[in-house]
Design a protein around this ligand. Sequence first.
Ligand code: URA
Ligand code: CA
Length: 434
Amino acid sequence: MRMYDIIEKKRNGKELTNEEIRYFIDGYTNGEIPDYQVSSLLMTIYFQDMNERERAELTSAMVDSGDKIDLSGITGIKVDKHSTGGVGDTTTLVLAPLVASLGVPVAKMSGRGLGHTGGTIDKLESIPGFHVEITSEEFIQLVNKNKVAVVGQSGNLTPADKKLYSLRDVTATVNSIPLIASSIMSKKIASGADSIVLDVKTGSGAFMQKLDDAKELAEAMVSIGNQVGRNTMAVISDMSQPLGNAVGNALEIKEAIDTLKGNGPDDLTELCLVLGSQMTVLAGKAETTEEARKLLQENIRNGKAFSQFKTFIESQGGDTTVADQPEMLPQADYKIALPAKKTGTIAEITANDVGTAAMMLGAGRATKESVIDLAAGIVLHKKIGDNVTEGEPLLTIHTNSTDIEDVKEKLYKSITISDTPVESPTLIYGTVTE
Ligand code: URA
Ligand code: CA
C-alpha cells in the first residue's frame, strides 16, 4: 500500500477501504508517513468528505492508536457527557451528582485545559481540600461505592488525534465535519464510556455557529458512536449567550450548588434536565426521557441530588461545609457592578466576549503555565430578552485587581440594549438519536 495512491483515490472522490484508513493512521502515528502527505490527504477529505463507514473506521483507528481506559470494573452502564464547548457551561458540575443520585455510574475523566475559565477539575479544586490525584483502582472503587468520581486525564489517549489536530490547525483543515466528528468521538470512545450524550452548541459563542452545521456535526457523531457500539445521542443547544449566570471557577461551583438545590438559573436547569434525562435513559434507569425527567426533578426537590454532591465532594477530600455555606469558597476582593447606560431590552450578550473578559480577570488559562484565579469571574444579572433600566447593574465583576477598565469596556461592547422588545433565544434546538 502506498500513501500516494490513497491521496489520489480520495482526490478523485472515491471511498477509502478500512485497510487504507488504518494504514494512514498507523503510519502517521508511528512517524512513517510524513506531514506533507497527511496534509494533502486532510485537504482532500475536506473537499471530498467521507461516508459514514469511513468516518467510523477513521475514529476506530484513532482510538486504537493509543491507550484505552478500561472501566469494566464499574458495575452498570457508564454514560459520559461531552459538550463541544462554550462560555460558563456549568452542566458537568450539576449533571454528575444529579444523574448519580438515580444510580447512574458517572466515571468522569476531565482536564484542565486552556480557555475562558478552568476545566471541570479547576472548578472543583476551588473547594478546599478537593483533589483528583487518585489511582485508577481508587477511581473505580469510588464510582462503585458512590456512583460518581472525577479523575484527571492520564495515559496516552488517541495520539493520532493529537498529531492530526496540530497538523489541521496549520493547514486550514480544522473545519471539516468528518475530521471534527472523528476527533471528538475518538477521545470519548478511548475514555471507556458505554454510552455517550453529546451537547452540541450553536450560536455566536459556539464552535459551530450556524444551526445547520451544528446539526450536521451532531448527526455525524451520533452515527460514529452507534456504528462502533456505543449508544450515542445528541442535544443541540444554544450558546448565543453564556449559559446560566456565572462565568468563573468558584462562581460556577456556587451556581452548580444552587441548581442542585433547585434554585439555579432557568436555562442551566433546563439544559441539565434535558441532558440528564438522556443519560438516565441510556443508562437504563428510565424507559423514556419524560419519565427520567420526573425522576431527576424529584431528586432535586427531595434533596437527594444535593446530598449526592456532598458525598462526592467528601469522598475526594473536599470540605463539604462549602455546600451549605458557599461564601466559604474563594472570594474576590472586589465585587464591581456594571450599570446599564440606557433603558431598554437586552438584545445581545456575545458569549465569546464575556468569556474573554473572564479570562482577562484571571479566571482562565492563556498558556499551560498560567495560574488561575479561582475567585475571579462574572455574574450576569440580565440575559437576552430581559428589561433593564438605566443605572441598573447588568452584571457583577468579581476581581482581585481594580485595574479593570479594559474588562469593563469589553463587557459593555458585548452587551447590546435595544429600544424594542426582544425574545429570549431558543435553548434546545433538537435532539439527534440516529
Ligand atoms: N474539538 C476537538 O476535539 N476536535 C476537533 O476537531 C474540533 C474540536
Ligand atoms: Ca454558568
